[in-house]
Design a protein around this ligand. Structure first.
Ligand code: 5GP
Length: 191
């Protein structure tokens, strides 16, 4: 998505450790007009997949997933994060390594929100090493659902999570893929 690349170049701030900050349009302030365009682009990419539900993870995945949900007329489910090892109830849960905080979180979805009839599209803001998307795929598959694919608003290709998931056979679409990033430049993968 050309506009995503332009927004990253214009507004992204590169931090140490391969972290990109996009707080001006995605992670703190939200550019709602652009958010709508992201949702429409996601709807276009997956229009032939008969998606029944969108799955994301709190917090930053939610606006993108909701925007895609509006564009596709679909419900959105978000996995909750929980640090406690004490989980009970009728839930699917797995552990996700947080890229930005370095800690591990349980991610949890109530069983009632995923069924074997579901064709699930997974959406998140960033794709780095792939732990968040892998956890969401696991949860969808625990519920017997079909994962039709995953979308990241921004993939950092050099952290390899996206390509590992593609090698496993999942359809991974990213609105922009950063191939290289350092203090002086950002290079995008040609898609
Ligand atoms: P992964 O699990 O693929 O290693 O990392 C993805 C998750 O970490 C996303 O849910 C996102 O919240 C966070 N994340 C990873 N890299 C970045 C980054 O460069 N910037 C921001 N703002 N979040 C990131």
């Amino acid at each position: 998505m050309k506009k995503m690349e332009e927004k990253i170049l214009a507004e992204g701030v590169i931090l140490s450790g391969g972290v990109l900050k996009v707080g001006s349009f995605l992670n703190q302030q939200i550019d709602t007009v652009f958010m709508r365009e992201m949702g429409e682009e996601i709807a276009r990419l997956f229009k032939d997949e008969e998606v029944t539900k969108i799955l994301t993870i709190e917090a930053s995945g939610i606006p993108i997933a909701v925007s895609a949900g509006f564009a596709m007329n679909l419900p959105v489910v978000y996995a909750k994060k929980n640090k406690s090892s004490n989980i009970s109830g009728d839930v699917y849960t797995t552990v996700v390594q947080s890229f930005t905080h370095g800690n591990k979180n349980n991610v949890i979805v109530n069983k009632e929100f995923i069924s074997p009839d579901d064709r699930i599209l997974i959406v998140d803001d960033f794709l780095a090493h792939g732990s968040a998307l892998t956890g969401l795929i696991e949860i969808a598959e625990m519920g017997g659902a079909t994962v039709v694919g995953c979308v990241a608003a921004i993939e950092k290709g050099f952290q390899l999570g996206g390509d590992r998931l593609r090698e496993k056979g999942y359809r991974i679409e990213s609105l922009a893929i950063i191939e290289e990033m350092d203090d002086t430049q950002i290079v995008f993968r040609k898609q």
